[in-house]
Design a protein around this ligand. Structure first.
Ligand SMILES: *Cc1c(COP(=O)(O)O)cnc(C)c1O
Length: 385
């Protein structure tokens, strides 16, 4: 199998699993209990918090463990909106956010909040001038993703923070595709909230974290026993949290090396495809882009058809986001770039990981042209062009 869908999820690193295993059947205590047996579980949770804090350059207390990127995004947006609505009910986001941000914003609109969805340019960069014009006294939060999951474009978060803070507006960033892959320094970025998820960087699924700058109030999403200093109730997912901590430690060690190896493979894949397939082009920013992501539009055929044929060859890739596959709507991200519907339908996303090899990349370059040729020969659009 050739797995080129690492933006959907990654394999849990065996070293991560190894660290997690004792916390199921041996050190299974509830970290909040009073006896000594509980202290080793508590220590494991706090060690993981310190490890993640080191990766992000923040204080350990500024991190709240959650069930993943979706919960972190929900907590930040609803939490700030509910806690600061007396000051205003306006939120700014972009048209290319993950559904775990967009659908929350749409929900906030139903509750009477006003939401501005910023446009992006053809590379997927948010319109900074439109951001400046959209900010008003009532704007309490701007939520812009750090790295886009479909096209990999990296947003100028630092600049966005400066502009928003000048208007007393908090900034949240969905950094799920960035943390563990590229250096993410919350102090340098200046953001107030940041979401991350373990399973996007070789940790387990179902665990993530929210960075929440010290002193900034938000309403917790989950109420209950008051865990995580009242910010997220529910007994800690100790094995998952340990896994997240270990994934963070490994990322800190290997991120630079991973980039050095993966970027040339991604470039080789992309240029190999664009060289051999006519009427194809890549999406996303040429340089301000995640080094593992290649999104390619192949005109006159549908991405889904290509995917099925790649699957016959043992190659896993995606078209649009995993969450929308199964629906026939083209990707909202590609539409926001200004691509027409029919072209957006012909998109493929390859996302490489640390186990991707040159041999695998070459196999894709080898099999894709004949798949495309076969599908195009059956396509009325190709014949009429
Ligand atoms: C995967 C992803 C999410 C959702 O994270 P989960 O941990 O799966 O809930 C949110 N935002 C982005 C950009 C993602 O890629």
């Amino acid at each position: 199998m050739i797995y080129l869908d690492n933006n959907a999820t990654t394999a849990t690193d065996k070293r991560v699993l190894g660290k997690m295993l004792p916390y199921f059947c041996e050190i299974y205590s509830n970290p909040s209990s009073v006896y000594k047996f509980a202290q080793s579980a508590r220590k494991a949770v706090e060690d993981a918090r310190a490890s993640l804090a080191k990766l992000l350059n923040c204080e350990a207390e500024e991190l709240i463990f959650t069930s993943g990127g979706t919960e972190s995004n929900n907590t930040a947006i609803k939490g700030v909106a509910f806690a600061h609505q007396n000051r205003g009910k306006h939120i700014i986001t972009s048209k290319i956010e993950h559904h775990a941000v967009l659908h929350v914003c749409e929900y906030m609109q139903e509750l009477g909040f006003e939401v501005t969805y910023l446009d992006v340019d053809k590379y997927g960069l948010v319109d900074i001038e439109q951001l400046k014009k959209s900010l008003k006294k009532e704007t309490i939060l701007t939520s812009i993703m750090l790295a886009n999951n479909e096209i990999g474009t990296l947003q100028p978060i630092k600049e966005i923070v400066k502009i928003c803070h000048g208007n007393n507006t908090y900034v949240h960033t969905d950094a799920v595709q960035a943390v563990g892959r590229i250096s993410v320094d919350v102090k340098d970025l200046g953001v107030d909230f940041l979401s991350l998820s373990a399973h996007k960087f070789y940790g387990p699924k179902g665990v993530g974290a929210l960075f929440s700058r010290k002193g900034i109030k938000f309403q917790p999403l989950l109420l209950g026993g008051g865990h995580e200093k009242g910010r997220r109730s529910s007994t800690e997912n100790v094995p998952g949290i340990v896994g997240l901590g270990e994934a963070a430690a490994l990322a800190l060690e290997s991120m630079e090396e991973d980039e050095k190896r993966i970027r040339p493979l991604r470039d080789r894949l992309e240029s190999g495809i664009l060289k051999t397939i006519p009427e194809a082009f890549s999406n996303g920013h040429p340089s301000q882009r995640l080094y593992n992501t290649s999104n390619i539009c192949i005109r006159y055929i549908e991405g889904e058809g290509i995917l099925i044929n790649l699957d016959f060859e043992g190659i896993c890739a995606s078209s649009g986001s995993a969450c929308t596959s199964g629906s026939l709507d083209p990707s909202h991200v590609l539409l926001a770039l200004g691509l027409p519907h029919d072209v957006a339908h012909g998109s493929l996303r390859f996302s490489l990981g640390k186990d991707t090899t040159a041999l695998q990349v070459d196999k894709v370059i080898e099999v894709l042209p004949s798949i495309v040729q076969r599908l195009r020969s059956m396509s009325p659009f190709w014949q009429q062009k």
